[in-house]
Design a protein around this ligand. Structure first.
Ligand code: M6R
Length: 614
């Protein structure tokens, strides 16, 4: 949830850290702070609110220049977002500074113990306890990394910690348990961050850290150990995107840029999947075909938008691969008693690969001996490491809090997985799988076409900025699209928005319909005649009760015209693939409506991009 940057090298640390924070602000933006070690002294600055407040404070009162520093952008868990609770937190002597992402669950008892021992704690946070624990460990000299290892042994919960100490010049120490932290490897300089975006303009060489590891960062090199001080194995990797991908590139918001990038993201996720033999190959899948043949049930776990991708996956998996498929909110999964066995395949979908609810669901499934497959957009994140196999989406960095291009690429990934399982199980012939992949390969051009025709959608959105509520209806794969449209509007425009299965309308929600209530209806292709005709009847039912109907239907579908107050046409595509084109107008709609209301669509209130706490 929070963004963390650490630096040691030859440049002015403050510049590196603040620029890094700017790229991590999507992770949390209710306060920000920095610490710089210069001339053997620690200087800190922190401010409530967005990073700009900190930048202004630093411009008014610049700290002394140093080449070692760290910074933090916060999404509050313990204590309200104010200057006092912003990170870094320091110990009683002002010689140790700590930043933290996660939740230290036993902080109340640690805090009580520290207060009893005479420490004065100045904030309401769990983090500050760590600064004082380090202070105790460092009394009378000692090594910061050893002290960190001992302190980590006392902490319960999830944490990424980064610390510096005046007694350990030239050293930044990081630690992680169940919370992200990556190392950037430079030439005579090294970086620590929650996400490679923070240092991508300086280096594309990175190191993945495992669970329960401590990293010592010096300008000359990096050492990684476990919490007991034993050398740890690490995985080095090269980031395959550059700094331009993490910048706005002329757009007012990252969200606009990311919506526009969708044709490319879809194409990249499809790249290289068909081998010379004409068969589908998913190289990173790592689950042998024989084991896939033995799978008798699939359970998908995910949160938010990724959960909606999972709901759509169910239709594809059951239809193409002929396997029963359940979809579960990751946060609910382990609190019931899911029936899993070694022949169950659990697919976890997560853009960030760091969503704690998804990770906990995966761990629960692992204990029950299920096979685990991750769908993830972030190389080096935790999810792929904890699964037997992974399918990476190639959306590139998604910075805006509202997920857009990641969602479309997750759809591509689940289609590929469904087709791959169908190929392996023989429920579809090779030529049928090939034909479907060819249809998928035409989707970037279809998405592009949708994007070219969005001006009327933007106009419509602006005209509805004064509304209090919008409903979304869909059937079949259009139902999760309706849920996704409603989620986008809630998180960006702070409006009451709900998605329903259109068939459920008569079982309650129709009572919500009143004069002029905007209702968006996602209409399946005409070729799915039974479904199509049913939804046309649903549109008539709500219109008869005064709803203002906004209908998304394939081009040339004249049957809906008489009942549509606004008609949004999308290219004709096969039913199962239709979410790739029907979701896009809903993203544009929510983005424009929220902007018309004056909201920052990249950083909606109360939210963070990556939810690393349960
Ligand atoms: O990184 P993940 O895909 O695991 O994130 C899951 C949700 O937190 C995320 O999709 C969230 O719902 C988005 N803000 C929706 O736009």
């Amino acid at each position: 949830m929070c963004g963390i940057v650490g630096y040691v090298g030859g440049r002015p640390a403050l510049d590196v850290v603040v620029d890094g924070l700017a790229r991590l602000e999507y992770r949390g933006y209710d306060s920000a702070g920095v610490a710089v070690l210069a001339d053997g002294k620690l200087a800190t600055a922190k401010r409530a609110g967005k990073l700009v407040n900190l930048r202004n404070a630093l411009a008014e009162e610049p700290p002394p220049a140093g080449t070692l520093g760290m910074g933090h952008t916060r999404w509050a868990t313990h204590g309200p977002p104010n200057d006092r609770n912003a990170h870094p937190h320091v110990d009683c002597t002002g010689s140790v500074a700590v930043i933290h992402n996660g939740i230290i669950e036993n902080f109340a008892e640690l805090r009580a113990e520290l207060e009893e021992g005479g420490h004065g704690l100045g904030s309401d946070t769990d983090t500050e306890a760590v600064a004082h624990l380090l202070e105790d460990e460092l009394k009378g000299g000692g090594d910061l990394a050893d002290a960190m290892r001992r302190v980590c042994g006392r902490l319960e919960g999830a944490f990424t910690l980064v610390a510096t100490h005046t007694g350990s010049p030239g050293l930044v120490v990081g630690a992680r348990r169940n919370s992200p932290l990556v190392v950037g490897v430079g030439d005579g300089e090294n970086f620590l961050a929650s996400d490679v975006a923070a240092f991508i303009e300086h280096t594309r060489d990175a190191i993945e850290l495992g669970q329960d590891q401590v990293v010592e960062l010096r300008a000359e090199g990096v050492t990684v150990t476990d919490f007991d001080g034993r050398p740890a194995e690490v995985k080095e990797y090269h980031v395959d995107w550059d700094v331009s991908a993490a910048e706005k590139g002329g757009y007012d918001y990252f969200m606009l840029k990311e919506i526009a990038e969708q044709p490319r993201a879809v194409a990249d996720t499809l790249l290289g999947r068909i081998g010379a033999d004409g068969r589908l190959h998913l190289d990173e899948m790592r689950i042998p075909d024989q084991e896939l043949r033995e799978v008798d049930k699939i359970i998908i776990v995910a949160c938010g938008t990724s959960y909606h991708a999972g709901l759509i996956a169910k239709y594809a998996i059951e239809h193409w691969a002929g396997l029963p498929c359940e979809v579960e909110l990751a946060s609910e999964f382990r609190y019931r008693d899911p029936i899993l066995s070694p022949t169950t395949l659990v697919i976890a979908i997560s853009q960030s690969g760091e969503t704690m609810d998804a990770l906990m669901a995966v761990r629960h499934a692992r204990e029950q001996k299920a096979k685990l497959l991750g769908i993830c957009n972030v190389n080096g994140s935790t999810l792929p490491r904890e699964c037997d196999g992974v399918l990476y989406t190639h959306a590139g960095p998604e910075i805006a809090v509202a997920s857009t291009k990641a969602f479309l690429t997750q759809l591509v990934a689940v289609y590929l997985i469904a087709l791959y399982i169908a190929q392996v199980r023989g429920t579809k012939w090779g030529d049928e799988v090939f034909a479907m992949v060819q249809l998928l390969e035409r989707m970037p051009e279809k998405v592009e076409k949708v994007l070219e025709t969005m001006e009327p959608v933007r106009e419509l959105a602006r005209s509805l900025a004064g509304e209090r509520c919008v409903l979304f209806l869909g059937r079949h794969v259009g139902f999760p699209v309706a849920l996704e449209g409603a989620l986008k509007l809630k998180e960006l425009a702070y409006m009451h928005a709900e998605g329903f299965a259109a068939g459920e309308l008569k079982h309650g929600p129709i009572a919500l319909i009143e004069e002029d209530l905007p209702v968006v209806v996602v209409v399946p292709p005409r070729a799915r005649d039974v479904l199509h005709d049913k939804i046309v009847s649903n549109i008539q039912e709500i219109r008869a009760r005064g709803a203002r109907t906004i209908v998304i239907a394939e081009e040339g579908d004249e049957s809906v015209e008489p009942y549509a107050d606004t008609l949004i046409s999308v290219p004709a595509v096969p039913t199962l693939l239709q979410p790739l084109v029907t979701t896009v107008p809903l993203q544009v709609f929510a983005c424009e409506l929220a902007t018309a209301k004056g909201h920052d669509v990249d950083q909606p209130r109360n939210l963070a991009k990556s939810v690393t706490v349960e």
